[in-house]
Design a protein around this ligand. Structure first.
Ligand SMILES: *Cc1c(COP(=O)(O)O)cnc(C)c1O
Length: 466
């Protein structure tokens, strides 16, 4: 499979190239040159298969030329064997046609594990073949950093540095990063905000000399392999509810548009999807787009669902590329306008087309708390604030009563205990595998909000590791 850039001005790469590159040279994101077909026969073949088995079959066309089906099968087994539920991504019934897809059984209890556990292995395997090492550098406001660390922990060809804002991530999130003992993992607290952390990362990536010398790489959600691995649970859950013979809808709490774009990829491949419902918190840039056809930047408001507190949805660029029939120049022009004027608008027929696939709704913190309480009262399910936004959106925008709606549970409630306790009066407990998290020793590095200090820290650690 070849991969092309959404801005149409970078060379096409194979799967391995797209995996290692992350961002394309023209600033765009990689997408497969053509969507592999997932026809009725292929979907029927997936019925009843274990998750890792289905994952290998679904991903094989994307990775063709770089990984064989056999290799993918072995990697997927390894990636998902440590998950806390034998079904990996189980469905739970909440109502007559309402379902919850639990993506909370990975090592860090958020859906990001489903992609990152596999992507860590893909990186490690490619690097081993090439006899190379890479340094993963990233900034986190919580979930991504913990998932990236869990994915890279102990991998021989990866060194990982994650910057997080001191005092501004939850205790569970911090401990998930600082209690990992592997010597290739470095969780670094920065005396500053998440934006400061991100600025330091951008500064260091922009330093050509350092970037090459340290062999810096990123595992953020712009990496195609993360989207690819997420396609799997859309397909397996739709098949479990009767696909390809019964279309389903999905409801997804969204920030970066990375998770729900994987659902759109499944739709483009041929999975019968009636509608993709996007749930926003107060940071509703996506909902405003699907309401009006205009994307405009505002300021970021902190909410109870912090993993969706962003104003630029980076993966939306992939959707624009599809919406504009893969016209890279048109996508580049829209994004240039957004950067320059803070706003762009798509023509009416494009908005109509977008709305034939997507619907969206926004919910503020009060509504989110009521959503958690309501879900608990009606179904017994205890859900985290992100998941609650998705469930609320599912109720508000379901296409028809007879279409099953699958809401994606993106984090375990124990990751956000304060909000859950406020809504339900109950403090959610960590699952058994993490029950002793608060007793584990922490390794903490605290650095000033200063790129020079971080550069020196990374150089010194890389020297020790060499
Ligand atoms: C990252 C995250 C989201 C948002 O996912 P996107 O791919 O950025 O849209 C939602 N919920 C949780 C718990 C997350 O960690």
């Amino acid at each position: 499979m070849r991969y092309v850039s959404t801005r149409g001005a970078a060379p096409a790469l194979d799967f391995e190239g797209a995996l290692l590159a992350g961002l394309a040279a023209d600033g765009g994101l990689y997408l497969p040159e053509a969507w592999p077909a997932l026809g009725a026969a292929e979907l029927r073949r997936l019925r009843g298969l274990p998750y890792a088995e289905a994952a290998a079959l679904i991903m094989a066309p994307f990775a063709a030329g770089s990984f064989t089906l056999e290799e993918l099968r072995a990697l997927a087994r390894q990636a998902y064997e440590r998950f806390g539920h034998a079904a990996v991504a189980p469905l739970r019934q909440l109502g007559p046609n309402d379902w919850l897809l639990e993506l909370t059984h990975g090592p860090t209890l958020a859906f990001k594990d489903y992609a990152l556990q596999l992507v860590g292995l893909l990186f490690d395997r490619v690097l081993a073949r090439r006899g190379e090492r890479l340094t993963i550098l990233g900034a986190t406001s919580g979930d991504t950093g913990a998932a990236a660390i869990a994915a890279c922990e102990g991998r021989a060809n990866l060194e990982v540095f994650i910057l997080y804002p001191e005092g501004r991530v939850s205790e569970v999130q911090r401990r998930q990063m600082t209690t990992v003992a592997a010597s290739n993992v470095h969780a670094v607290a920065i005396e500053g905000t998440f934006d400061n952390c991100q600025d330091i990362v951008k500064t260091l990536f922009a330093e050509r000399g350092f970037r090459q010398e340290a062999r810096l790489a990123a595992v953020n959600s712009i990496n195609w392999a993360r989207v690819m691995a997420q396609v799997v649970y859309y397909v397996t859950s739709a098949v479990a509810l009767g696909g390809p013979d019964r279309p389903v809808a999905f409801s997804v709490p969204s920030g970066n548009f990375g998770n729900v774009f994987a659902g759109f990829a499944a739709l483009r491949m041929g999975l019968p999807v009636e509608r993709l419902i996007v749930g926003s918190n107060r940071n509703d840039v996506l909902t405003r787009f699907f309401d009006t056809g205009a994307m405009s930047l505002g300021t970021v408001h902190p909410t109870l669902s912090p993993s969706m507190d962003i104003q630029v949805s980076s993966n939306f660029e992939r959707f624009l590329f599809e919406l504009f029939d893969r016209d890279g120049a048109a996508v580049a022009a829209l994004l240039a306008k957004l950067r320059k004027e803070g706003r762009f608008e798509v023509p009416g027929d494009h908005l109509r087309r977008a709305r034939s696939w997507f619907a969206a709704a926004r919910f503020d913190d009060e509504e989110t708390l009521r959503g958690i309480a309501e879900a608990h009262r009606r179904t017994g399910a205890v859900v985290d604030p992100h998941t609650a936004v998705g469930i609320l959106a599912a109720h508000a925008r379901r296409p028809a009563p007879e279409v099953p709606v699958i809401a994606l549970a993106t984090a375990d409630p124990a990751k956000f205990p304060d909000a859950v306790e406020r809504a339900t009066g109950m403090k959610p407990e960590l699952p058994p595998a993490l029950a002793d998290l608060h007793a584990r020793p922490e390794r903490r590095h605290l650095l000033p909000n200063d790129a020079d200090a971080v550069r020196s820290f990374i150089s010194a650690r890389l020297q020790e590791a060499a």
